[in-house]
Design a binder for this molecule. Structure first.
Ligand SMILES: Cc1cc2nc3c(=O)[nH]c(=O)nc-3n(C[C@H](O)[C@H](O)[C@H](O)COP(=O)(O)OP(=O)(O)OC[C@H]3O[C@@H](n4cnc5c(N)ncnc54)[C@H](O)[C@@H]3O)c2cc1C
Length: 480
């Protein structure tokens, strides 16, 4: 029997697994897909919010501010791309300025460090490409940008290094409460667990209803984005938000940790799993974004994508133990700022687990660091030495992002093995550049097939079923 069974390998599940791996407990994370961080965690704005948006005295406000303070350290230790660039919420006119004051006061109540109200002129000095009509701005220096999937993967890999387990392609189908434990049926068999934590993202209501009374319904809200080429990445150096309204935080314009520009999202009610982009949504995002930064050149778009917010009847996150099914916990309704909040939520859930009877004895040999070789960040001397150690670091596979075969092979031999081209993209950034994998995709596919010793046709673009080729002809050109 495992001590803690976590359902869902998004940022919330991975973060909890990581924090649990400090202790002598057996934790197991189940993910229904062929990789972790492929749900909402892979498709969001990638912002570590400062924490002035949530209403004071909510879980959101507490976890956001605490999470923001934890994430920089986590990223340093686990070698995850992160930059504390700060954010500006801009106001265009008096009405929006009133909104800024409200946000500023909320920020003070929530304990957001160093926030300041700026005049329009001051905002334009910080960001010369802003709409010249900007009249005021709220500056929050603690806001940051991160690679969200890298953070989740880093935490899960480190947890596995510390002895915890992750099972991919394992879908939870039912949960039954026995006297003092849970019997969980999956597509791969039965698992018994002392505690169960539901971190199933937009499916968290379904998982809750498997064992507990119906308490919330998730209605996904879709947000669509543009990702622009690096030649647009320098247009702004801070995260630029518009004044929030009843539709949420509005359309943002921000640099990414890879040097691109991200623009979005809109907010449209959606169906489970529908992450299609639409011309209407894209047009809306464009129209709104140029109100903040008029000179964005949308012809430099290299990718559109969409993510799903897990909205529930409640404004706040749903975090805690069920009152009726002791030992069953929810981390649900994780809309924004869920990414920023996940590490702080994990600490709180661990305290709740302890109160509920989980014994926590710290490991003496807990590993809390991870180091990744990123060839493009090495100087000439370091590159030469890396290639001497492993000649595969001398073979560039992704020309846009300067990613070597050595880095891809490394990713395929770490604790959680990706089996898709996008799984490698999330770990190494291959295919993240201007050509979006047009040149390197086939080569990455060949390396995965070779290293995992599987047929080329079994390597999908991303999730299972997203096949690219159906077979290879005898002596075929595609074979390695
Ligand atoms: C448009 C948009 C923008 C956002 N921007 C930000 C932002 O800038 N900053 C921020 O802090 N937050 C942001 N968020 C919120 C943030 O992305 C989410 O709160 C966070 O990613 C949710 O993580 P999760 O682990 O709860 O869910 P997910 O990442 O969706 O993970 C849940 C996992 O559970 C798995 N699963 C589901 N059912 C089962 C089952 N039965 N068995 C096994 N596995 C199962 C799924 O496959 C999935 O991998 C944004 C969200 C959206 C949609």
């Amino acid at each position: 029997m495992v001590s803690v069974l976590i359902i869902g390998g998004g940022i919330c599940g991975c973060s909890l697994l990581y924090e649990l791996s400090r202790y002598q407990v057996s934790a197991l994370l189940l993910e229904k897909e062929n990789d972790i961080c492929v749900g909402t965690t892979k498709a969001n704005s990638a912002i570590i919010h400062a924490g002035y948006d949530p209403l004071p005295n909510t879980k959101m406000a507490k976890y956001n501010v605490e999470g923001n303070a934890m994430i920089e350290k986590l990223c340093k230790k686990l070698d995850v791309p992160y930059k504390q660039v700060g954010s500006l919420v801009i106001a265009l006119g008096e009405l929006q300025e009133q909104n800024l004051h409200k946000l500023y006061n909320q920020g003070l109540k929530n304990g957001v460090p160093d926030i300041q109200l700026l005049s329009g002129e001051e905002a334009l000095i910080l960001e010369p490409n802003l709409n010249p009509d900007v009249t005021a701005a709220l500056y929050a220096p603690s806001a940051a940008i991160v690679s969200p999937w890298n953070l989740g993967i880093a935490m899960a890999e480190t947890a596995v290094k510390n002895g915890e387990k992750v099972e991919l392609n394992t879908k939870v189908l039912s949960i039954e409460k026995s006297d003092n434990h849970f019997i969980v049926q999956t597509n791969k068999g039965t698992i018994e667990a002392q505690f169960v934590v539901n971190a199933a993202g937009i499916f968290a209501d379904e998982v809750n209803d498997m064992v507990d009374e119906h308490k919330f319904t998730i209605t996904p809200s879709k947000g669509e984005y543009y990702l622009l080429d690096k030649n647009q990445g320098g247009l702004v150096s801070h995260i630029i938000f518009q004044c929030p309204d009843h539709n949420g935080k509005g359309v943002l314009v921000a640099p990414t940790v890879d040097g691109n520009l991200i623009v979005g999202p809109n907010a449209v009610p959606s169906q489970n799993d529908d992450v299609s982009t639409t011309s209407l949504g894209q047009e809306f995002v464009k129209r709104m974004a140029v109100k903040s930064v008029p000179s964005i050149n949308f012809r430099e778009s290299i990718r559109n994508f969409a993510g799903l917010r897990a909205l529930t009847e409640e404004e706040d996150f749903i975090v805690g133990e069920s009152k009726t099914q002791k030992g069953f916990f929810n981390i649900a309704g994780m809309k924004s700022p869920g990414l920023s909040s996940a590490p702080a939520i994990s600490l709180d859930v661990i305290e709740m687990l302890q109160k509920s009877g989980l014994e926590l004895i710290e490991k003496d040999d807990f590993i809390d660091t991870r180091e990744i070789l990123r060839f493009k960040h090495l100087n000439d001397e370091e590159r030469t030495s890396a290639i001497k150690q492993n000649p595969l670091y001398g073979a560039i596979v992704c020309r846009c992002e300067t990613i070597t075969e050595g880095e891809i092979v490394d990713a395929l031999h770490r604790e959680i093995v990706p089996s898709s081209i996008d799984g490698i993209k999330r770990r190494c950034s291959s295919g993240m550049g201007r050509c979006q994998g047009g040149f390197c995709g086939a080569r990455v596919q060949q390396i995965i097939a070779r290293e995992l010793n599987i047929p080329l046709a079994e390597v999908p673009l991303d999730r299972k079923g997203m096949g690219i080729i159906t077979g290879v002809t005898k002596g075929g050109v595609l074979d390695v």
